[in-house]
Write a protein that binds this ligand. Sequence first.
Ligand code: SME
Length: 156
Amino acid sequence: MAKEEQYKELVAQVAAVVDGETDMIANMANVAAILHEAFGFWWTGFYRVDPSNSPTRREDIQELVLGPFQGPIACTRIPFGKGVCGTAWAKNETIIVPNVHEFAGHIACSSESNSEIVVPLRQNGEVIAVLDIDSKEFDTFDEIDKKYLEEIVELL
Ligand code: SME
């Protein structure tokens, strides 16, 4: 099946799964599982803007904290503006990275990752989390992924 057709089915599946469920963590967990299973990505998951005052969080530093994901163990915290995730948060826009080794400041949670897409999840226009997907192949993500992944996070 062409990628676009597959995404159209996934958008409908996600809409059905999150329908009536208001818990964001539960919905993120299912979205990570749906995308990961469908495409066989290397790592698929969310980082949330940390709203807490955890001991590891300095008051003057805003951080993302690891959320629901599928795949190998990952870094738990990413500062605002750092890495692909922190940059997508700071810019409030989707970032496609064809080759992570050429992205200045890329945070390598795994040496197996070669390309990546990060999509911000917004509430009232403000970024509250990002969806991060890593691929073992170079140049995995394009405008089709961007379009449908943005549609999917809007359903959350
Ligand atoms: N590569 C990301 C860090 C998260 S891991 O890929 C799961 C980044 O540069 O922000």
